[in-house]
Write a protein that binds this ligand. Structure first.
Ligand SMILES: [Zn+2]
Length: 211
């Protein structure tokens, strides 16, 4: 899901910039880029994520440590406490290395991080917002319309056929060879990514024309 998070992080910052005082377009675009990177950070706890593989072994080991010590994916990095800790770390990194992380980049970075959690709350899995005090997963959408993640088609089990009902005819588009399962693209593929990409383009144009 990292491509979607990247685009959504940029869109979130561009939306914020358009809603407030846009400032110089180049400054807004730079901040949106930082927000896009910040939106990748929470999935550090996933072995093959962009964040975990970004700096090789150091980030892989850090991700492994978070996963092992916190009990898996979507724990410390997907809750309010984790966002607050990340903010503190970002401020500390700015104080220690102001050339590496300038003051203007801190808020976009944390905004991207928080945007990732909001996006994950649209999914079936949800986020444990109040981890570690409460490990229940919280969602932004009702159960029926929660988003399935992934950009490849997934096999979806067909409902069991009653006696006497015709066997579904396998087609190349909807059924695998046995005719019992069909493949569907996830909502991330057909809805979330196109919408966030379109929003990013529209908002970037609005920033560029100085709205
Ligand atoms: Zn995530």
């Amino acid at each position: 899901m990292h491509q979607t998070h990247f685009v959504a992080g940029a869109a979130a910052w561009l939306g914020y910039a358009v809603a407030t005082q846009p400032g110089h377009p180049l400054a807004v675009f730079a901040s949106a880029g930082v927000a896009a990177v910040g939106a990748l950070v929470p999935d550090l706890d996933t072995p093959r994520s962009a964040a975990a593989t970004s700096l090789g072994y150091p980030t892989r080991i850090l991700g492994w440590g978070i996963r092992k010590s916190c009990g898996g994916h979507r724990t410390l990095t997907h809750c309010i406490l984790g966002t607050a800790l990340f903010w503190v770390l970002a401020v500390a990194a700015h104080r220690g290395f102001p050339h590496l992380l300038p003051a203007w980049a801190v808020l976009p970075l944390v905004t991207g991080f928080a945007c990732h959690i909001a996006m994950d709350m649209l999914t079936i899995e949800g986020c444990p917002l109040f981890w570690p005090f409460d490990t229940r997963k919280y969602h932004l959408l009702p159960e029926e319309i929660r988003v399935r993640t992934g950009l490849r088609p997934v096999a979806v089990a067909m409902p069991p056929r009653g006696k006497g009902q015709p066997k579904p005819q396998p087609t190349r588009r909807t059924h695998t060879r046995d005719g019992e399962r069909r493949k569907r693209h996830t909502a991330e593929w057909w809805l979330i990514r196109p919408v966030t990409t379109a929003a990013t383009v529209v908002l970037a144009v609005l920033v560029a024309v100085g709205r």
